[in-house]
Design a protein around this ligand. Structure first.
Ligand SMILES: NC(=O)c1ccc[n+]([C@@H]2O[C@H](COP(=O)([O-])OP(=O)(O)OC[C@H]3O[C@@H](n4cnc5c(N)ncnc54)[C@H](O)[C@@H]3O)[C@@H](O)[C@H]2O)c1
Length: 251
């Protein structure tokens, strides 16, 4: 593991497992100091402990990011702990499949809260620090931000909102020293996909339209894309949506 003289600092949400954890591993490999956020407190501490064993600076910040105050506190904790912030990765996400007419109200707001509102609160709190450091934001979308996703309508809505958060912020800050981008994965082998199944009476032909022809990616493959975009090597990348979906949205 290589460490820079003055390491960059990153806040990664959803980092207890899955893609967020894989992103934390990639950034740790770049010598970035980490503040990791997740609602799964024990898994988060495990992830941090693993990274510290490998020589990384890692702080766990267990929190439910549906609460705006928690998002703001997490950003402040990163700045207080490490003296600044260079990278914000909004990777936490919640997926539920259901017939649109059956989606319970609480579930709808949970999905919107985690996938769309929380990244906005994190951006609000982080932007002043990222302007000071010349840093950047990477929002984790989904192919569902770009194409319709039957049986996952609130999820698709939430990722569409995150896409427009990315683009609108990129233009609002186009003349300032900050980069704002998104990565849009397709299916990945993570616990989100194990835990969620379409309704038993779903029309499989409609699901086939977005399931793709290639096998699902490993989280590490998508994390590598996030790792590059958030690095100084990607200095020309701003307002971009990088798909990593094995061709699903190519046509
Ligand atoms: N796995 C896929 O097939 C796939 C495809 C496209 C996009 N994505 C996106 O990738 C990102 C990572 O997903 P993943 O596949 O690693 O799933 P995952 O379920 O393994 O990881 C998501 C993480 O977000 C955390 N989280 C959920 N609600 C939270 C809350 N209220 N407060 C704090 N943390 C919370 C979870 O605890 C979990 O650790 C998500 O944004 C997801 O929408 C996943």
């Amino acid at each position: 593991m290589t460490h820079e003289a003055s390491p960059r600092v990153a806040l990664v949400t959803g980092a207890a497992r899955g893609l967020g954890k894989a992103v934390a591993e990639v950034l740790a490999g770049q010598g970035v100091a980490l503040l990791l956020v997740d609602i799964l407190a024990e898994r988060l501490e495990q992830t941090c402990a693993e990274l510290r064993t490998r020589g990384a600076s890692c702080t766990a910040f267990p929190a439910d990011i549906r609460e705006r105050a928690n998002c703001i506190d997490a950003v402040e904790a990163a700045v207080t702990t490490y003296g600044g912030l260079d990278v914000l990765v909004n990777a936490a996400g919640l997926l539920r499949f259901d017939h649109a007419v059956d989606v319970p109200e609480a579930e709808f707001w949970q999905i919107i809260g985690v996938n769309a509102a929380a990244p906005f609160w994190f951006c609000q709190a982080a932007i002043p620090h990222l302007l000071a450091s010349g840093g950047n934001i990477v929002n984790v979308l989904s192919q569902s931000a770009l194409i319709g996703t039957p049986y996952a309508v609130p999820y698709s809505m939430s990722k569409g909102a995150l896409l427009q958060l990315t683009r609108s912020l990129a233009l609002e800050y186009v003349d300032m020293p900050i980069r704002i981008n998104a990565v849009a994965p397709g299916g990945m082998m993570t616990e989100i996909s194990e835990a969620t199944r379409p309704p038993v009476d779903a029309d499989f032909a409609k699901i086939k339209r977005y399931s793709g022809d290639r096998p699902p990616s490993q989280a590490a493959e998508v994390a590598a894309v996030v790792g590059f975009i958030s690095s100084p090597a990607a200095s020309a990348v701003h307002g971009a949506v990088w798909t990593a979906d094995g061709g699903v949205t190519a046509g």
